[in-house]
Write a protein that binds this ligand. Structure first.
Ligand code: APR
Length: 165
């Protein structure tokens, strides 16, 4: 049974087996949560990402976590949809991000996982709809992951994720 909890804070401080970053297709790093994770993991993260990128929207790939402190062993890079009004399959791509991250977590044997609110920043996905997609997808995807932490960086995201749980 997977436990899903909402927490507030900086995902780079999470004590889990793997943290998810909201990447862009290059996997070379960027701003937002991706920038924070790349800063914390060090330059080898961009080297590893660049070596296996590009990653299409809705897909996910794992790399080591490099300079991130234990117990974090892996970074799972996923690319969310850029919001274009909601009629371009954005919801399905976002659901795919959460589903594929669980599948990758199972492949690497991660039993605890932290997610940011994928696509709700630079990519402009409405955070209320994104929160519902995150929770419903995580609940409906069978996985060996025992603990999922949905990390909110602001109060609105925290409240929306709690409402979706
Ligand atoms: N910890 C947790 N969440 C964070 C952190 C952090 N340190 N920093 C930002 N966030 C939150 C944002 O507040 C937002 O709720 O992560 C969520 C996702 O926002 P973005 O990081 O902008 O990600 P996204 O909307 O998916 O856009 C991805 O932005 O940084 C670039 O390289 C990235 O091109 C890609 C695009």
């Amino acid at each position: 049974m997977t436990v899903i909890e909402v927490v507030s804070g900086d995902i780079t401080r999470e004590r889990v087996d793997a943290i998810v970053t909201a990447a862009n297709e290059s996997l070379l790093g960027g701003g937002g949560v991706d920038g924070a994770i790349h800063r914390a993991a060090g330059p080898r993260l961009a080297e590893a990402g660049g070596a296996i990128g590009p990653c299409p929207p809705g897909e996910a790939v794992a790399t080591p976590a490099f300079d991130l402190d234990p117990p974090v062993r892996h970074v799972i890079h996923t690319v969310g949809p850029v919001w274009e009004g909601g009629n371009h399959g954005e919801a399905e791509v976002l659901a795919s991000c959460y589903r594929r991250c669980l599948e990758i977590a199972d492949q690497i044997g991660a039993r605890s996982l932290a997610f940011p609110a994928i696509a709700t920043g630079v990519y402009g996905f409405p955070p209320d709809q994104a929160a519902r997609i995150a929770v419903s997808t995580l609940r409906s995807t069978p996985s060996e992951v025992e603990r999922i932490r949905l990390v909110a960086f602001d109060e609105q995201t925290r409240d929306l994720l709690n409402a979706a749980l």
